[in-house]
Design a binder for this molecule. Structure first.
Ligand SMILES: [Zn+2]
Length: 175
């Protein structure tokens, strides 16, 4: 996985760039939460569930089905609370959640992502992997390899994210 905070970059940059009229604060914060949600599955290690199990890390919470159904459920339950149109809520939450698995698929380590659960437990990577996989232990961020992880996330996630955000902000300001 990229660092959990880096998963928040996609909804944050998109939401701030599009502005509160399209992505109100509550919707933005829900998008951030959904972008980080799949990695709750690391708790499975505490229960002795293996990495390769469908309930293990990068298992069902990283699947396409999960990325389609959970946003749908959020929209059905919280549409009025979000204060945005049905289309914007669903699109933003789906992109936020799906971005998690897509980012995981371009990391350089761990097992791939179970995109096709429940039809298949096969793990997939993208054809290219550029983001250095993040360590599970916080202390390892203070080593040379930890610094490389942070540098690769800045380069491959935050830099493109902030570029898109700046473009969207500029487009709104130019109107
Ligand atoms: Zn993940």
């Amino acid at each position: 996985m990229p660092t959990i905070v880096t998963h928040a970059a996609i909804p944050l940059c998109l939401g701030i760039g599009l502005g509160r009229n399209i992505i109100p604060t509550r919707l933005l914060l829900t998008g951030v939460a959904l972008a980080m949600l799949p990695d709750l599955d690391v708790l499975s290690f505490k229960f002795g569930i293996s990495y390769g199990n469908m309930f293990g890390h990068r298992g069902f919470t990283h699947s396409l089905l999960f990325a389609l159904l959970v946003p749908l459920l959020c929209v059905l339950l919280g549409r009025r609370w979000f204060g945005a149109s049905l289309k914007h809520c669903w699109l933003f939450l789906t992109v936020s959640l799906l971005s998690h698995s897509l980012l995981d698929a371009i990391t350089t380590g761990g097992k791939g992502v179970a995109f096709l659960w429940p039809w298949s437990n096969e793990r997939f990577f993208a054809p290219f992997q550029v983001i250095k996989v993040a360590p599970f232990s916080l202390s390892r961020y203070f080593t040379a390899s930890g610094h490389q992880v942070i540098a690769s996330e800045l380069l491959w996630v935050w830099l493109p994210g902030i570029t898109v955000m700046a473009f969207l902000l500029w487009r709104r300001a130019a109107r």
